[in-house]
Write a protein that binds this ligand. Structure first.
Ligand code: PLP
Length: 496
């Protein structure tokens, strides 16, 4: 259908023109329009505007799935109108979520006897999962302290400064102090020794990360467990561990089955994983699994009566879609262990191709590890003339979204670029990206350095003082100057 103009019910002509054959008026941006428009027009307007978004497949900033098989897309669309919370009406969907919880609990080696059902729940993502796990720890600790007649108003969590922002959210929303173990240059994960030193009587859990967001590195959960067992023995406390396996939970079981990071370790009481990262489902699904029933205080569970049977729930939200749960179930049975392993191996190989290509340029330090989440984090060997932020900016021109960010304390002076390798990032794309990065380097080399110009200007202001600086001071200044420039432009680089 083609409309040359919109006619309102009162037949008032529309007075402004939107360049389209469907409508001649631009709908207001921030107020609901008075009148309706034809569905074709609404579609066209929104579709056109969305063209300016980046291409999700080229968004190398994110772990979150951007491709699924058409059969699964169909299942998703078929269930898009199902509210998950209507368990009474959609008992099969509820059953599928329960199957997913059990499959994942088994994958994480939960100590389940024959006929035992796993304790866990589907969430919107790892963030909700972490809120729930954190609440369970907090409540359990409070109950214990009350029993002991001790104060329970100052709970804390010990974690690395590399934690994902959702932990800071949890801490602020639910009034728990985050005690962060600082990083250092060249060591970008939580040091288990330092973490255990920071544990006190008010520590509700130590949160370890399996797949640091910053460089994909796995933290040493086994060492943490062993040190904490010792400390608990000495002090009489029973400080538990939570593993934030948002990105690594669907990597480690397939690529490193021997690595002990999960419920095989006695102090690991809960684990979260993002179904929408390497669980290979589109955004909107996460999981939290508890070791066993005792680790989830009963008073946090709400009981919904479903088909005469009791359906316990523990979530922050009430209504939500069912599609993602169904899609997770599809992936688990469609791929099986073999399929997941093949995909993860493929991602890892592509990460190595990219890493080798970057190393060949001779211009980068690789800050990710071969063992970990398949990603390549790298920084310029010399960023005194041009920075990682410029590389990121220039790559954007060829469509690539590669974030640049500074490391948390005490490694703030280090800036990295990060490329996450997902299933849909093929070897051809990896090779093309290396080519484009090489081109960017050549181009940047021919540009004058914005940074040195800026620094020279500032130095001249400072009475033209010539101070001899160490390499690290120069690096810090460069990073700070660039960070300021970015902040002035109000540009943010999100990584998730
Ligand atoms: C992505 C991520 C999160 C947050 O997960 P969402 O599923 O996006 O809510 C938390 N922790 C780590 C380590 C992550 O990588």
């Amino acid at each position: 259908m083609v409309l040359s103009k919109i006619v309102t019910r009162t037949d008032t002509p529309i007075d402004c023109t939107f360049a389209s054959r469907y409508v001649q008026t631009a709908p207001p941006k921030y107020k609901m329009p008075e009148n309706s428009i034809p569905k074709e027009a609404a579609y066209q307007i929104i579709n056109d505007e969305l063209m300016l978004d980046g291409n999700p497949r080229l968004n190398l900033a994110s772990f979150v799935t951007t491709w699924m098989e058409p059969e699964c897309d169909k299942l998703i669309m078929d269930s898009i109108n199902k509210n998950y919370v209507d368990m009474d009406e959609y008992p099969v969907t509820t059953e599928l979520q329960n199957r997913c919880v059990n499959m994942i609990a088994n994958l994480f080696n939960a100590p389940l006897g024959d006929g035992d059902t796993a304790v866990g729940v589907g969430t919107v993502g790892s963030s909700e999962a972490i809120m729930l796990a954190g609440l369970a720890f907090k409540r359990k600790w409070q109950n214990k302290m009350k029993q002991l007649g001790k104060p329970c108003d100052k709970p804390n969590i010990v974690t690395g400064a590399n934690v994902q922002v959702c932990w800071e959210k949890f801490a602020r929303y639910f009034e728990v102090e985050l005690k962060e173990v600082k990083l250092s240059e060249g060591y970008y994960v939580m040091d288990p020794e330092k973490a255990v030193e920071m544990v006190d009587e008010n520590t509700i859990c130590v949160a370890a990360i399996l797949g640091s967001t910053l460089n994909g590195e796995f933290e040493d959960v086994k060492r943490l467990n062993d040190l904490l067992v010792e400390k608990n023995k000495e002090t009489g406390w029973d400080t538990p561990i939570h593993v934030d396996a948002a990105s690594g939970g669907f990597i480690a079981p397939f690529l490193y089955p021997e690595l002990e990071w999960d419920f095989r370790l006695p102090l690991v009481k809960s684990i979260n994983v993002s179904g929408h990262k390497y669980g290979l489902v589109y955004a909107g699904i996460g999981w939290v699994i508890w070791r066993n029933k005792e680790d989830l205080p009963e008073e946090l569970i709400f009981h919904i009566n479903y088909l005469g049977a009791d359906q316990p729930t523990f979530t922050l939200n009430f209504s939500k879609g069912s599609s993602q749960i169904i899609a997770q179930y599809y992936q688990l049975i469609r791929l099986g262990f073999e399929g997941y392993r093949n995909i993860m191996e493929n991602c890892q190989e592509n990460a190595l191709v990219l890493k080798a290509g970057l190393e060949k340029t001779g211009r980068f330090n690789i800050v990710s590890k071969d063992e970990g989440v398949p990603l390549v984090a790298f920084s310029l060997k010399d960023n005194s003339r041009h920075t990682e932020f410029e590389v990121s900016d220039m790559l954007r021109r060829s469509g690539w979204i590669v974030p640049a960010y500074t490391m948390p304390p005490n490694a703030q002076h280090v800036t990295v670029l990060r490329v996450v390798i997902r299933e849909d990032f093929s070897r051809t794309l990896a090779e093309r990206l290396v080519n484009d990065i090489e081109k960017v380097l050549v181009e940047l080399d021919s540009f004058p350095s914005k940074i040195t110009q800026k620094l020279i200007a500032t130095e001249e202001e400072h009475h033209k003082a010539v101070v001899k600086k160490t390499a690290i001071e120069v690096q810090r200044e460069v990073t700070n100057a660039w960070r300021k420039m970015i902040a002035d432009r109000k540009k943010t680089n999100g990584v998730c």
